[in-house]
Design a protein. Structure first.
Length: 230
């Protein structure tokens, strides 16, 4: 299967929002939270990388969206960022079990960096006036990297059952929101509750730390869902 690049937009320094179109001639089916794998010959070897889907299955025209970080040492990310509209890359069908439990319960989503991608997909697909309470804690270093911020703030205005808590670990003096790492806001977000599901996506250090904190607080491992990016 091939994926053709339709568009790439820089949404923050070193971060690109990519729109691809699957070229297999069939409808692209996936569950929000899943990922696709790309493969390419780079240098003298074939490299495969997995990327979470940032769009919903109803994007139309077999199109799907990804949010990618231009990693300084990332051979594959540099390959993708050099692509031009119309270029193609080898693709494997969507896979993954990092999806919203059905039926969904009140849930806490915790993301850092491009770990926001699967939560954008989940929220666009599942958030509505009758859905459970969803809280998204999104941590980045700098305000400019709060990608999709406008979308999440719009959802807050539309749905009283959705809370969006952006937090910066390296804020400027002008920042008036939450600061520090996402871990420091877990207890406030839970408000003493232990009957919610928690979904984590980001770097291994964050995911492992939050999982340890939740288990120490009495959460069952079946309530904790996670995906690591390194």
């Amino acid at each position: 299967m091939q994926a053709k690049l339709i568009e790439c937009v820089e949404v923050a320094p070193g971060l690109g929002h990519f729109v691809f179109e699957a070229q297999n001639g069939e409808s692209l089916h996936f569950i929000p939270g899943q990922f696709v794998s790309f493969a390419a010959d780079i240098g003298d070897k074939k490299i495969t990388r997995a990327y979470s889907l940032a769009s919903t299955p109803d994007s139309g025209e077999n199109r799907f969206e990804l949010c990618l970080n231009l990693a300084p040492e990332g051979l594959f990310s540099h390959h993708l960022f050099r692509m031009q509209p119309g270029d193609t890359v080898e693709m494997r069908p969507p896979l993954g079990t990092f999806v919203l439990r059905q039926p969904p319960r009140d849930s806490l989503f915790i993301a850092t960096g491009t770990g926001i991608a699967p939560f954008r997909s989940m929220l666009k697909a599942h958030l509505n006036a009758s859905s459970p309470q969803f809280t998204l804690v999104f941590g980045v270093r700098h305000e400019a990297h709060l990608i999709y911020r406008g979308e999440f703030e719009e959802l807050v205005c539309r749905y009283p059952n959705f809370r969006f808590w952006p937090t910066l670990s390296r804020p400027q003096p002008s920042w008036g929101g939450r600061t520090g790492h996402v871990q420091t806001h877990i207890e406030e977000a839970l408000a003493g509750r232990r009957d919610v599901d928690v979904y984590l996506c980001g770097l291994k250090l964050m995911v492992d730390d939050v999982r340890s904190r939740l288990k120490a607080a009495g959460f069952d491992r079946k309530q904790i869902f996670y995906e690591k990016y390194d």
